[in-house]
Design a protein. Structure first.
Length: 315
């Protein structure tokens, strides 16, 4: 393997959208970039990782780094061992905030390494690897292909391993995403541990009805249905204790004109959909959310983001 270089841009993602637990993902116009350079090197194996932006103070810069680890999976699969590897990570996606930063890191590592290996893995193969290491498919699928993505991990009979199935839908038009990001973090692993092992039939039916209406409402632009369609009884009721003020933030966002609101992924960020025009609408909702968090002594900031349609791109 000679000297080679690639630069990849990966979007943030919001998963679940309320009732679509582990199934729905939406890519957002907020991006991390991964620059990877591999070379023959002089002696021994060398790794250099530079990080700018989110996590620059505390993310590992050695073999524990998850971009590096994802890339290494691809190199290992093809029995390629670059002697030197230089990663430059520009991180704009807040960490452990429910905006798909780890999905973006893993997809960034896999796609970059795959490019340097001559694009030997298909999108689906990349997603199979990404979902396996991430544990769920919603963020990684949306980060990879962009837009609104429905996905699940299936176990086809007679075949080894689990596989991702995904469908990319036309992203909803004329909607803005207001993401209110509290200043504390939640590890998804922990936010999954606190979920119950079983739920009541009524909770399951409530949630499956909402997620079905949600997709129909997004596809048919029946945005007046979003408020009801983003209700959920599978995970949000259990995660509210991790996000102080969650319900009040939901209420205030809706009062300020949000069309629908949910926890973003496993939280703690909260996502609100608003009409994209006038732009003041999204700003008003963002401010109302910040204020509601502040009432619970939670510092936060908000971003108004459009929907990313392209997914991961070599730039
Ligand atoms: N569906 C996952 C969860 C998303 O809610 O745990 C994590 O971003």
């Amino acid at each position: 393997m000679g000297m080679k270089r690639v630069k990849v841009r990966v979007p943030a993602t919001t998963a679940n959208l309320g009732p679509g637990f582990d199934v729905l993902g939406l890519a957002l116009r907020l991006y991390n970039t991964v620059e990877m350079e591999v070379g023959p090197g002089k002696s021994g194996r060398k790794l250099q990782i530079d990080i700018v932006g989110e996590g620059e103070e505390n993310l590992p810069r050695d073999r524990r780094n998850i971009v590096y680890r994802a890339a290494q999976l691809v190199f290992d699969r093809f029995h390629l061992a670059p002697k030197t590897l230089h990663l430059k990570l520009i991180n704009r996606i807040p960490l452990a905030s429910g905006l798909g930063s780890s999905a973006a890191a893993r997809i960034g590592g896999l796609v970059s390494a795959n490019r340097l290996c001559g694009e030997r893995l298909s999108i689906k193969e990349i997603l199979n690897l990404a979902a396996e290491i991430e544990g769920h498919a919603d963020n990684v699928s949306a980060a990879m292909v962009g837009g609104l993505v429905v996905s699940c991990i299936s176990s086809p009979k007679g075949r080894k391993g689990r596989e991702i199935e995904f469908v990319k839908l036309n992203p909803p038009k004329n909607l803005s995403c207001v993401v209110c990001i509290p200043s504390f973090q939640i590890m998804t692993r922990y936010a999954r541990k606190i979920l119950p092992k079983t739920v009541k039939f009524e909770q399951a039916v409530f949630t499956s009805s909402r997620v079905t209406i949600l997709l129909a409402a997004l596809i048919k632009k029946r945005y007046e249905l979003l408020r009801m369609a983003m209700e959920d009884k599978l995970h949000q009721p259990y995660r509210r204790r991790l996000v102080k003020g969650m319900e009040v933030v939901f209420e205030e966002a809706l009062k300020a004109g949000a069309l629908g609101v949910s926890l973003s992924g496993a939280g703690p960020s909260i996502l609100a959909f608003t009409a994209s025009s006038p732009p003041s609408c999204a700003e008003k909702v963002g401010k109302a959310m910040r204020k509601a968090f502040a009432r619970h002594k939670v510092k936060s900031r908000y971003l108004v983001l459009g929907i990313d349609k392209q997914g991961t791109k070599i730039v």
